[in-house]
Design a binder for this molecule. Sequence first.
Ligand code: XMP
Length: 413
Amino acid sequence: MKQDMILICDLGGDENSALARAVRALGVYSEVHPHDITPDELAALPNVKGIIFNRSGAVVEPGSALTESGIPALDICGMPSESELEAFVFKKCGCEANWNMDNFISDQIELMRSQIGSGRVILALSGGVDSSVVAALLIRAIGDRLTCVHVNHGLLRKGEPEQVVRVFREELGADLIYVDAVDRFLTKLEGVDDPEKKRKIIGKEFIDVFAEEAHKLDGIEFLAQGTIYPDIVESGTKTGKAVKAHHNVGGLPEDLNFKLVEPLKYLFKDEVRACGKALGLPDSMVYRQPFPGPGLGVRCLGAITRDRLEAVRESDAILREEFAAAGLEGKVWQYFTLVPDYRSVGVKNNARCFEWPVIIRAVNTVDAMTAEIARIDWDVLQKITARILKEVKGVNRVCYDLSPKPTGTIEWE
Ligand code: XMP
């Protein structure tokens, strides 16, 4: 193993992950572990060179496995100065600043190879950054003993299913099962206008399709997942409160009975992106905007129809193209279009028309809990409007949503 590690002991305070990030910012890998880690668990962690006890807000005492380990330790209360951390990490613990993506990747490959042995792994590959990075790592680690399943539910953005197939099957040589489940999803969703029901149907159908594919395969013992560190933190640690359920488990069926492979579970989102870059994934995958699991299904408002779904997909593609052309990619946190299930009167080719509006939403946020409207240049909006009105079938108006969150959520459904 190439990387040294500083272990942050979770005593119930709230700045453990910030502390882990501060240590990583010094170039030294760091993980947060519970106060009652056992001697065997501690011994299984590679290259632990130092332990930090974060006493700020502590509600428990560290267990003897840590206090009696003989590993250099530092007691701190909240975020320390950088120089104090530096002195501990480099002088007292003798760490090297060897935390970088190349070392992370080679360590993860070694760890996954020893976990998986000669076994086989299955992965639900959505095309999102987390599952894509996991796939790319596993391809390096075990090659064709990884089977990726890409379920096209018809609710992905323009070109996304094709990109997943191109990048993973053709460029990276993955064993990829592409499931065209478009009709199946859209049939199940027919006439369903309640947002929560739509989400539930999409989630359940996804699980069913994935489980069916998994059952067709023999000898798969492991399930890989793109769980990342914030998912673990938000799901609640032994001493902390759960913020929300661990969504990356993605509702995948427990009765599939797989052992989990989660190589990204100690990475923060920006580190996952850096890992994806280092693995050679395209920028459009690595820097993909957040995209809801139910996809365009929650942007084709009300009961989904194929024609309105296409209007969402086409207008979204135009919006993304024009934002990129205007240099806004990566500068605006999230932007997309949606199409409501009502029409308005307009004029096209000197005749009355009765067609849908496209609504543009573009927001900036830090954590998606609150959001403000992105101030987009008027000329850019006008160009997008003109293109949508010309190129997207069945649309005669374009509106810009000016609502912050709260009161509006980022998505409309
Ligand atoms: P809201 O609409 O709640 O969205 O303000 C906050 C952020 O979460 C994304 N979002 C989802 N992401 N599954 C996801 O993985 C979902 O069901 C889902 N719903 C909303 C949304 O795009 C925004 O970035």
